[in-house]
Write a protein that binds this ligand. Sequence first.
Ligand code: G4P
Length: 191
Amino acid sequence: MELLKRRICDSGRAIGNDILKVDSFLNHQLDVQLFQEIGKEFQRRFRTERITKILTVEASGIGVACITAQYFNNVPVVFAKKSTAKNLNAEVYESNVYSFTKGAHYIIRVDKKYLKAEDNVLIIDDFLANGKAVLGLLDLCRQAGAHAVGVGIVIEKSFQEGRGAVLKENIRLESLARIKSLKEGKIIFMD
Ligand code: G4P
């Protein structure tokens, strides 16, 4: 997606060799107009699928997922929670996720009410690094018996393991910008 790649070049900053900082439009301040173009692009790529729900994980996936849902007939968005909230029903699907970036394990949870066997789920997230968050979301779908139609990612770091891990699950993966490398502060795209 050229518009997104241009924005990454103009506003993104490589930190070390493997982190891309995009706080000004994706992870802290949110550019809603760009999100709309992202939503339209996901719709174009998954338009032949009958999607009944969009699934993401808190926090940064939520904004993109909500705007994207507007291009899929306003299907509900469900976000997996990372914390145990007192108001979260005891009837939950849970999956353990290891974050390499943060060096820690965390549990993601979705109330069983919001993920059903009849759902056709599109998974949306802002970043794909090692793929552990997406694998956790796929695990939640599997537990619910829901059908995961595909995974839509805004920025994929193609030099990490995420793409391989998702494709190994035989799930369609669509990434709008694929980063080949971030070496020496230079942002290089796959194509
Ligand atoms: P993985 O799921 O692909 O294995 O990724 P990993 O656990 O390593 O990433 C942990 C968090 O860091 C994720 O956010 C992910 O989106 C984010 N992240 C990974 N690489 C980058 C990067 O290069 N730049 C930026 N800006 N973020 C990156 P999270 O824990 O879900 O946190 P949140 O921001 O959504 O709350």
